[in-house]
Design a protein around this ligand. Structure first.
Ligand code: GGG
Length: 354
């Protein structure tokens, strides 16, 4: 029996609603497979917890989470708690604390998913964005000087260590080699004259060990344009923390919307648990209405299954999402449907059970 202990942090807003459907899918797989077992432990952390206890998670939260094989996270952020607190004291704390330095975000236009681009074939949008997830512009380094005074200055420093930059670029080369795909580095070396010049140099250096991988380099502004005009240019993409965050929202916009954007925060060495989450936020405006799209959360479950080596199930889940999209009977309002969140999860399970 393959047993996995999953820590569930549903978080805020629509987080609990969409994770319930992902868990439903995992429980269905447990039943269908017969040789896989998931044990779920729920942690009540998030903005409501903060408003009650003055903290987003327990002080020994990371210590508690260490005991799990993976973390399944919904969303963070809610009115009443400053966004930088909800992000830094929970989501980023876990990513950094567990050295989840790889953020894998597929940008793939599934059949049946809406796409606002004209003259683009479905297969033209099929990339994996590898976002550096531990440092860069999200290093949290900076200062706020002379606050409130005319000479006020705010500094936010990007931190690009050799170790951090090399390891993410190497991860990307390894994946491109394994998948026999091209690798594109996205940076901004003309304007960010320290960090991105360094990034570009490391990309070239590491690339020397992968002569079999075809590489490209783009400035982030040009890349944003080509994501929209010619997304077929990109297969595997590696980029910095902030650029990856922004580009994957753009990627979501061309590949069906935020309701279909999945993400995995990976610690490749498996020293710490990895974390799986939909890319979207807590969407307080639709929270509690049972209309949130759970497909991104369910796609994250597919990534979790891949991560544990159950890639046949991972593929099955992705195929089931695609079937539900094509059938178009059980879609939430963001996808043009009228279905409730739970009906979408039920539909995915129904396809898996066929
Ligand atoms: N699904 C997790 C979530 O709530 N993400 C919202 C967010 O602001 N994420 C920023 C990031 O991924 O760096």
């Amino acid at each position: 029996m393959n047993s996995y202990k999953i820590a569930v942090i549903a978080g805020d807003g629509i987080g609990p609603e969409v994770l319930a459907e992902g868990i439903k899918v995992l429980k269905a797989i447990e039943e269908l497979d017969g040789n896989i077992h998931f044990e779920f432990t729920h942690f009540p952390w998030g903005c409501q917890y903060y408003l009650k206890h003055g903290k987003m998670m327990d002080d020994d939260g990371l210590e508690k989470l260490k005991a799990y094989d993976a973390i399944y996270l919904g969303a963070v952020g809610f009115p009443g708690v400053p966004d930088h607190i909800s992000l830094w004291d929970l989501l980023l704390k876990i990513r950094k604390g567990f050295d989840q330095y790889v953020n894998l975000r597929p940008v793939q236009l599934l059949e049946g998913a809406p796409c606002p681009l004209k003259d683009v074939k479905r297969e033209d949008i099929n990339m994996i964005v590898i976002r550096e997830n531990s440092e860069g512009e999200y290093a949290g380094a900076g200062d706020w000087l002379f606050k409130g005074k005319p000479e006020e200055v705010v500094l936010q420093t990007g931190v690009f260590s050799r170790k951090g930059t090399e390891r993410i670029i190497r991860y990307a080369f390894e994946l491109a080699r394994k998948e026999k795909k091209t690798l594109t580095s996205i940076s901004k070396g003309n304007a960010l004259n320290y960090s991105m010049v360094f990034w570009d140099e490391v990309f070239v250096e590491v690339g020397k060990q992968y002569p079999d991988v075809q590489t490209y380099s783009y400035l982030v502004d040009a890349a944003a344009m080509f994501f929209v005009k010619q997304p077929q240019r990109f297969q595997i993409v590696v980029t910095s923390n902030l650029f990856g965050d922004i580009l994957t929202d753009l990627g979501a916009a061309i590949a069906g919307g935020m309701g279909l954007a999945a993400g995995a925060n990976i610690n490749p060495e498996r020293k710490y648990p990895s974390m799986f989450e939909p890319v979207h936020g807590s969407a307080p405006d639709i929270a509690g209405k049972a209309i949130a799209n759970p497909l991104a959360a369910i796609w994250s479950v597919s990534q979790l299954l891949d991560f544990f080596g159950h890639s046949t199930w991972g593929k099955e889940v992705l195929n089931a999402i695609e079937s539900v999209l094509v059938e178009a009977k059980n879609l939430t309002p963001d996808m043009g449907g009228k279905a409730k969140t739970s009906a979408v999860g039920d539909a995915v399970v129904a396809v898996l059970s066929k």
